[in-house]
Write a protein that binds this ligand. Structure first.
Ligand code: HDE
Length: 705
């Protein structure tokens, strides 16, 4: 309700009263003049008429001579570029990274040398499986890719919101993605892993079991990009000026804490607002509340790598934070929306091989494969090796080299010399290599027979899956079981369902039993053959739970207030004050978008019409309808859903006493999450409770499946 002026407000202020000139055929013409520039072709030729193609006589055929028409249609026909083969649906924003301390002792990377220094960044969030037009709340991994425009070149940290991956060797990536994407004969399902091909592949790929636990957890249905973690996944190296190397795993920690939605809510959000995540990021930045993350480093040496229970080169494993703490070294702020989605979000080309001096790779076979794939994919998508010259991809530091020509070359070097070595002096000779400043790979010792094989240190596929599962709260464990039951219920072949339960038996017997019961399996299968027995001694890691790492406050969240004519305006504005003081946003939902008349006659503008503003779009709700309004809305399924969904999704609900009949009709049974909003104390209590985000005890009480 109380919001700073948005871009939309600013834009509305710029709208002109348009002067329209009617043409002979009734078409409208808007002509240039004043501040309005003249329309031109791409060649800069002024255009006289953009409404009619050139014809011999008003009813004749269009003439080939019409260069303006042909250029316009030709360009339109070529507007699309191939969407990304994975991570097609994404949303980007600009911002900066700010260093806390100098990390000179562990890396020579220029961006980490000076405390307080800011490096510009562009971040693109994404889902993996769905196409560009799919819905935001698919159950899926989220990409979290960051391009740092450092003074020594671009560093791309191309991560996910889950710290492990499905496979250990990049050679399996095409199979994994083929299996997850729509089935090739029928072309569906879209943006879903709930189908036979995916689970067939997964159930034959035991190395994916740890990742499966994460993807079936609520991590795969985040409430917003702002409330999720990010991970570089692989082990990388940091190298200092003396050439000493430290292994590192990168983490992003959201300032506003972790939060996810529940699955039934995700299904409904996808219908009500398929752009839920991108809208949330856009709105937060436009409202002047830029989201923030801290960059965390898990630093460890060769000796730790040797003694760690698992192989640090295996991307299906984490290093628990309790074992190697995450050191927070700086903050990332996203404070700028893009000006043009295509130019920036669509054309941004991340490449894992973009590392700067002081940052280096490990031998993780997944990372090594990615280093080939990303460059290759950019050529396919952007069509030219000069994609690095597009503004969103161009480094902000000086670039000097002898690479030239190619399609769409914008910046060919000047002068006579385009080779090296050459005998021209100074500037005329062009750039030279620099062993001191240049990127030098860490001289790790590598030897061995050339063979296609996998290290047996990669062989334990279940122990960390189990560790993840036992680190979850009871609520989260229930959600994992329910997700598995949902997905496997969409699988048509019973053999695949059983094969999955056979793997679950190696993870947790209770989980396997719940899933088997949820699927009504007639027989419990034997546990899957395992190369290594599941370790029972790995302790729970609280850092892996979302609910143990929530915000404990309502900041950055949205409360939806359902109002009708006759609403008490004093109560509404007191609620608005309390939500705003808590750092949240109040959104007014009314039967009509124009607004309502309060009991005291004041006019209250609405933000959403009821059927476009269901409660799944909010973190908590208040039902402030008048007595008369309650009577009216009792009859209305969308109004009953508003309340019933909020209740079923374990949200905190505040209500004006006059709204009680609507709550009763929606099946709400008062509990410690349902607040009668009377005086200021009740409001304060309600808002404090809202900081917990959900009353999970209610879910346990009312949910059977
Ligand atoms: Fe990617 N991945 N990936 N990936 N990936 C792409 O590159 C690939 C993997 C990730 O917002 C593609 O520009 C291979 C892990 C993100 O533009 C492609 C393998 C992680 C994005 C590609 C992996 C990621 C991509 C498609 C197995 C988390 C979106 C378009 C070895 C650490 C970046 C593109 C953006 C995109 C290949 C596995 C993250 C095809 C071969 C593990 C966030 O090159």
């Amino acid at each position: 309700m109380t919001q700073k002026p948005t871009r939309q407000d600013r834009e509305s202020a710029q709208l002109l009263d348009q002067t329209l000139v009617r043409g002979q055929g009734g078409e409208t013409h808007q002509t240039a003049g004043g501040d309005t520039p003249t329309l031109t072709t791409q060649q800069g030729i002024p255009v006289a008429d953009d409404q009619n193609s050139l014809k011999p006589g008003p009813r004749g055929p269009t003439l080939l001579e019409d260069f303006h028409f042909r250029e316009k249609i030709f360009h339109f026909d070529h507007e699309r570029i191939p969407e990304r083969v994975v991570h097609a649906r994404g949303f980007g924003a600009h911002g900066f990274f700010e260093n806390y301390d100098s990390l000179a002792d562990i890396t020579r990377a220029d961006l980490f040398q000076r405390p307080g220094e800011r490096t510009p960044v562009f971040v693109r969030f994404s889902t993996v499986v769905g196409n560009k037009g799919s819905a935001d709340l698919a159950r899926d991994v989220r990409g979290f890719a960051t391009k740092f425009y450092t003074q020594e070149g671009n560093w791309d940290l191309v991560g996910n919101n889950i710290p492990v991956f499905f496979i250990q060797d990049a050679i399996k990536f095409p199979d994994l993605i083929h299996a997850a994407k729509p089935e090739p004969d029928r072309g569906f399902p879209q943006a879903q892993t709930a189908h036979d091909n995916f689970w067939d592949f997964i159930s034959l790929t035991p190395e994916s079991m740890h990742m499966v636990m994460w993807v079936m957890s609520d991590r795969a249905i985040p409430r917003s990009f702002r409330f999720m973690e990010g991970f570089g996944v692989h082990s990388f190296r940091l190298v200092n000026r003396q050439g000493a190397s430290t292994f590192v795993k990168f983490h992003w920690k959201p300032k506003l804490g972790l939060q996810s939605v529940v699955w039934n809510e995700a299904l409904k959000i996808n219908g009500a607002d398929p752009d839920f995540h991108r809208r949330d990021l856009w709105d937060a930045i436009q409202a002047g509340d830029p989201p923030e993350w801290e960059l965390g480093l898990q630093l460890f040496d060769e000796a730790f790598a040797e003694r760690f229970e698992f192989d640090i080169l295996d991307a299906t494993k984490i290093i628990p934070e309790e074992q190697v703490p995450v050191r927070r070294v700086g903050r990332l702020i996203l404070d700028g929306c893009v000006d043009n989605f295509f130019a920036e979000t669509e054309q941004v080309a991340f490449c894992t091989q973009n590392v700067v001096p002081g940052i280096d790779f490990s031998d993780d076979p997944l990372l090594q494969g990615r280093n080939f794939s990303y460059l290759d994919t950019q050529l396919k998508r952007l069509g030219s090796p000069n994609f690095t010259q597009l503004p969103i991809n161009a480094p902000t530091c000086p670039v000097h080299h002898f690479q030239q020509d190619g399609q769409m070359a914008l910046h060919n070097p000047k002068g006579r010399v385009n080779y090296e070595p050459n005998s021209w002096k100074g500037d005329s000779g062009g750039p030279r290599e620099c062993p001191v400043r240049g990127h030098t790979p860490f001289p790790a010792r590598v030897e061995g027979e050339k063979l296609r094989s996998r290290s047996d240190t990669f062989g334990d596929h279940y122990s960390q899956a189990r560790q993840f599962y036992i680190s979850q709260t009871g609520t989260e464990q229930n959600h994992i079981a329910a997700a598995l039951v949902f997905e496997l219920s969409k699988v048509q072949r019973p053999a695949i369902r059983s094969r999955m339960v056979a793997h679950l038996l190696n993870i947790d017997a209770g989980l396997a039993r719940t899933v088997a019961e949820g699927l009504r399996l007639k027989e419990i299968p034997k546990p899957a053959d395992a190369a290594w027995p599941t370790r029972q001694d790995l302790p729970p890691s609280p850092a892996l739970s979302i609910l143990l790492n929530g915000p404990g406050r309502f900041e950055g969240r949205r409360l939806g207030a359902l109002v009708t004519d006759g609403v008490e305006s004093a109560l509404l504005s007191a609620l608005d004050g309390a939500v705003t003081a808590a750092g949240g946003t109040l959104v007014i939902v009314a039967p009509e978008v124009g607004g309502v008349t309060a009991r005291d006659g004041t006019w209250i503008q609405a933000d959403e019409k009821l059927d476009g503003g269901p409660s799944v779009l909010f973190d908590a709700v208040a039902v402030l309808v008048s007595e008369f309004g309650a009577k009216l809305l009792e009859q209305e399924p969308t109004a009953r859903d508003f309340v019933a969904d909020a209740y079923a999704h374990a949200k905190f609900i505040g209500y004006a006493p006059s709204a009680l009949p609507l709550l009763e009709k929606a099946g709400v049974e008062p509990d410690e999450g349902v607040f009668a909003l009377g005086g200021p104390e009740a409001l304060a209590g309600f808002l404090e409770a809202c900081g917990e985000l959900r009353l999970w005890a209610r879910e346990a009480r009312i949910k059977r499946l």
